[in-house]
Write a protein that binds this ligand. Structure first.
Ligand code: FAD
Length: 419
């Protein structure tokens, strides 16, 4: 869709943004406003609240809400995947932390679109479109303590009249101080969330990567509930600081039954995580784009482009960025064409390739520019820290092994890449 304005199906007189116009708006905001705010958010480890306010005002916050509910209809569920990933890349080129918070929001909306009831969609999409409500999805319950770690993460679920109560803690709770709603991934069998749930009893990954019959629930939690509290003392990481991925406590938080999204186990059986794996790579591409742009400007400013080694690093950065873009375009087309099995494994390949392309691009930039590129103020100093940390979100060794299993025709888990 290239027209600037189109008309949404349910609001025949209300002009909504066309895909290209939306992306142009996002690029302008990212370049002129978000990039300038990123350093301050990073130093204060503060949620990018003003950026989200601007996204809302610009009509972009509901990008992953279907058009019939007043959104832009971006994302794999709407078979309009590339605009969503392009938007994420654009935000990440300004601020990787912003992009992580954005991904959490957009992925949650994709899940509600795919698995929510019509009533849930009406209610929750109206909050995003009309009131600028922000969403996120929280699984994070790492089970094995690190050296010196005394607290344990994990939630327990108790069925009560009209719903459930959740007790316990989740870590890596992105947007903890910024979002209004979180989709909690809670395993009724005990702590572990989605990512850290136990694999199938025979030790092999089932098609879903989990024991068949796992009843993992997705529960929409209103974060203004007084039984939900944020522990700000845990989150002091090397990068991605503005994601405010704090430790969050649930003190018998009541979740009404009509806040259950999808059937129990549907996140795992539907392999939904595999739709989000390449979305992370879109953010990595944004980091690479920003490092490449900064590097080229730096080289020109210092007039050292005639050096053959510097020239080669500039060339490598350009090839890497284009390669990453082509990967994402390929995977997005598979989702949009409904070639889901191919899309899933291609998404893991893209995630693997783009992690390395982005990392290498940042290092080419640093080597071509020199030490001062790592002295603040410099976006590359922050990108290096952010990317180093963000890439740990998934284990690249396991991703590559998953790709190898698929190539060999063996069972594999394209969602969580379980060994
Ligand atoms: C910036 C950022 C934001 C995040 N935001 C969210 C969010 O909003 N929602 C959310 O749900 N999660 C989020 N996550 C959390 C993420 O999904 C993981 O849960 C988190 O990275 C786990 O921490 P860890 O790497 O220390 O975990 P660990 O489980 O300790 O894993 C550490 C490494 O060891 C590997 N490993 C673990 N067990 C074994 C084993 N038995 N054998 C071999 N290798 C093993 C893992 O694959 C991994 O590479 C975020 C992570 C980051 C970095």
């Amino acid at each position: 869709m290239t027209a600037d304005l189109v008309h949404g199906p349910q609001h025949p007189h209300a002009p909504v943004l066309g895909d290209q116009a939306a992306l142009d708006r996002a690029r302008k905001l990212a370049a002129e406003t978000f990039a300038a705010r990123a350093d301050d958010y990073d130093r204060r480890a503060a949620f990018p609240a003003e950026d989200f306010e601007d996204l809302f005002t610009a009509g972009l916050l509901a990008a992953a809400v279907p058009r019939e509910y007043g959104g832009l209809g971006f994302g794999p569920q709407q078979r309009n995947t590339l605009p969503l990933w392009d938007l994420t890349t654009t935000l990440a080129s300004a601020d990787l932390s912003l992009a992580r918070c954005w991904e959490g929001h957009a992925n949650s909306l994709v899940l509600i679109d795919a698995l929510g009831t019509p009533e849930q969609k009406r209610r929750w999409f109206a909050g995003v479109v009309g009131r600028g409500e922000k969403w996120v999805a929280w699984s994070g319950e790492p089970r094995a303590p690190k050296p010196g770690e005394t607290s344990r993460f994990g939630t327990a679920l108790t069925p009560v009249e009209g719903g459930w109560t959740v007790r316990g803690t989740k870590a890596f709770a992105t947007s903890a101080t910024g979002a209004q709603w979180a989709i909690l991934f809670v395993d009724p069998a005990g702590p572990g969330g989605a990512r850290h749930a136990q694999p199938a009893p025979n030790g092999r990954a089932a098609a879903s990567g989990r024991a068949a019959g796992s009843e993992l629930l997705m529960l929409a939690c209103d974060l203004s509930d007084p039984t939900v509290s944020v522990d700000g003392t845990w989150w002091d990481p090397v990068g991605m600081r503005a994601t405010v991925s704090h430790l969050v406590r649930f003190d018998d938080t009541f979740i009404p039954r009509d806040h259950l999204i999808g059937a129990p186990g549907s996140y795992l059986s539907g392999q939904w995580q595999s739709a989000f794996v390449p979305h992370y790579a879109s953010s990595f591409l944004g980091a690479a784009q920003a490092a490449c742009a900064y590097g080229l400007a730096y080289i020109r400013k210092q007039d050292k482009g005639a050096d053959p080694y510097v020239r080669q690093r500039a060339g490598s950065m350009a090839v890497n960025v284009d390669t990453a873009r082509l990967w994402l375009r390929h995977v997005a087309a598979l989702w949009d064409e409904g070639r889901v099995d191919e899309a899933r494994i291609a998404g893991s390949k893209a995630r693997h390739a783009i992690e390395h392309l982005a990392e290498e691009t940042v290092h080419h930039c640093i080597r071509a520019c020199g030490a001062r590129s790592l002295v603040r103020p410099s976006p590359v100093e922050r990108i290096l820290r952010d990317l180093t940390f963000y890439q740990r979100h998934d284990n690249d060794d396991h991703i590559l092994a998953t790709i190898g299993r698929a190539a060999l025709g063996d069972d594999h888990d394209p969602s969580f890449h379980k060994p």
